[in-house]
Design a protein around this ligand. Structure first.
Ligand code: FAD
Length: 198
């Protein structure tokens, strides 16, 4: 069920097992996964079906250091589907080193390893409609052999692949499935301003 928060009834926000904030690729993927496990879900989305000047204003902000990033409201989407309404669809898994603490990279070091994430990549590829979880040309294109003959050598490899989603707009692609689920309630135009536990 998908409801506009401005017209929601108390029953639309009754007790649920899980409340998810944000209807972008992360929130929608989580809702689909938890729904399959039999949990009831409330998904709060700040925007509506399309971005408006008003919702776009909510994405304005400052980057630190100043001007180190393009304007924040131009690189995110405050709407159902989040930035997948605008993304390019390029899919590449992280490398193991991306998860490690590196002195020369601020805030580096993830609380999980690439190996722990590995099983979820295949599910993400399905949701992104980006093909098989195979990013090595030697596996994916066995007939191609060496992509650029003679290029590979010390420190140079030509076998890693990137894959591309159509690009999938998570909002339009999964809207019907979520709307039809008896266990999911999506509240649109519902901006979360604080979280109160218990
Ligand atoms: C132009 C462009 C091109 C891109 N190309 C690529 C690409 O080729 N490959 C790639 O991997 N990535 C790409 N990205 C990035 C990719 O789109 C994001 O990494 C991805 O969408 C992040 O998903 P998310 O669900 O974490 O966040 P978002 O997509 O940002 O979704 C967050 C959601 O939460 C909602 N929200 C925010 N605040 C609140 C609140 N307080 N209460 C309720 N809801 C709230 C927002 O409205 C939004 O729907 C691109 C992005 C852009 C803008």
């Amino acid at each position: 069920m998908i409801v506009d928060a401005r017209r929601a009834l108390p029953a639309d926000v009754a007790d649920v097992d899980v409340c998810i904030v944000g209807g972008g690729p992360a929130g929608i993927s989580l809702a689909l996964g938890l729904e399959r496990c039999g949990l009831s879900i409330l998904l709060l989305e700040s925007g509506g079906h399309r971005e408006t000047e008003r919702s776009r204003d909510l994405n304005r902000g400052a980057s630190d250091p100043r001007n180190s990033h393009e304007p924040l409201e131009e690189n995110r989407r405050r709407q159902w589907g989040g930035a997948s309404a605008a993304w390019g669809g390029r899919c590449i898994p992280f490398d193991a080193i991306d998860f490690q603490k590196r002195e020369w990279v601020d805030s580096s070091g993830w609380p999980l390893t690439r190996a722990e994430l590995e099983p979820f990549y295949a599910q993400a590829m399905v949701l992104c409609e980006a093909g098989e979880m195979s990013f090595d040309a030697r596996e994916a294109l066995p007939a191609a052999r060496e992509l650029v003959p003679g290029l590979d050598g010390d420190g140079v490899v030509s076998h890693p692949l990137e894959r591309w989603s159509p690009p999938t707009h998570f909002g339009t692609r999964y809207r019907k499935r979520l709307a039809a689920s008896p266990r999911v309630r999506v509240l649109m135009n519902a901006t979360c301003t604080h979280i109160q536990l218990g």
